[in-house]
Design a protein around this ligand. Structure first.
Ligand code: AMP
Length: 204
């Protein structure tokens, strides 16, 4: 079983995938996390990606597709793709290397996105995602790591990212809809409701 999470930035793709990883046996592949790791390690890819990411723009397709292909070489379990594909070219490349069984389309609005991303804090150590609206400490409750705000989580960059989503990623909803594999899920519901609904889809 391979599944894709679609939805604008801040829809909660990563949070839902991290939760489902605990119970589904599926692996979680986040191209955003992979790129942030490359940036942290100051690799060639990381240096190139940094400018795009901090400007809210998508990283060029060929770089992303190569990175995902490398990652999939060692894949054993089914995969939850989070943040990939983000363009039709990426979707076509993915079609050649993996069968996609379901697409979870998380739906929300720009106002909710700005509120969510604006308050997002991430653990520097384990990557757990928090929001200042419900978590008021500076350190991670799981590992004690320091919480930080992503450099691309400013309101200006969020709007650019949302425009990129509308222009380049939203067309993928129809790309997969015609294949009959899209499931729309309200991203504004509580996390457990979303996890339960997606677990049912995974179980078939
Ligand atoms: P995310 O963590 O998924 O919100 O991704 C953060 C940023 O990484 C995006 O705004 C893009 O600049 C870049 N990025 C992540 N995944 C992709 C992708 N599949 N294609 C192009 N750029 C990506």
């Amino acid at each position: 079983m391979n599944l894709i999470f679609l939805g604008p930035p801040g829809a909660g793709k990563g949070t839902v995938a991290a939760e489902l990883k605990k119970t589904s046996g599926l692996d979680h592949l986040s191209t955003g996390d992979m790129l942030r790791e490359e940036m942290k390690n100051e690799t060639e890819l990381g240096k190139i990606a940094k400018e795009y990411i901090e400007g809210g723009k998508l990283v060029p397709d060929d770089l992303i597709i190569d990175m995902v292909k490398n990652r999939l070489e060692n894949a054993e379990a089914g995969i939850m793709f989070d943040g990939f594909p983000r363009t039709v070219a990426q979707a076509e490349a993915l079609d050649k290397i993996a069968q996609i069984d379901a697409v979870i389309n998380l739906t929300t609005t720009i106002d909710v996105i700005i509120e969510r991303i604006g308050g997002r804090r991430i653990c520097r150590n384990c990557g757990k995602v928090y929001n200042v609206s419900w978590y008021h400490k500076d350190t991670c409750e799981d590992c004690g790591g320091e919480l930080y705000t992503r450099a691309d989580d400013t309101e200006e960059t969020i709007r650019t990212r949302y425009d990129e989503y509308l222009k380049k990623t939203a067309p993928l909803i129809d790309y997969y809809r015609v294949k009959g594999i899209v499931h729309d899920i309200d991203a504004n519901g509580d996390i457990q409701t979303k996890v339960d609904a997606i677990s049912d889809i995974i179980k078939g």
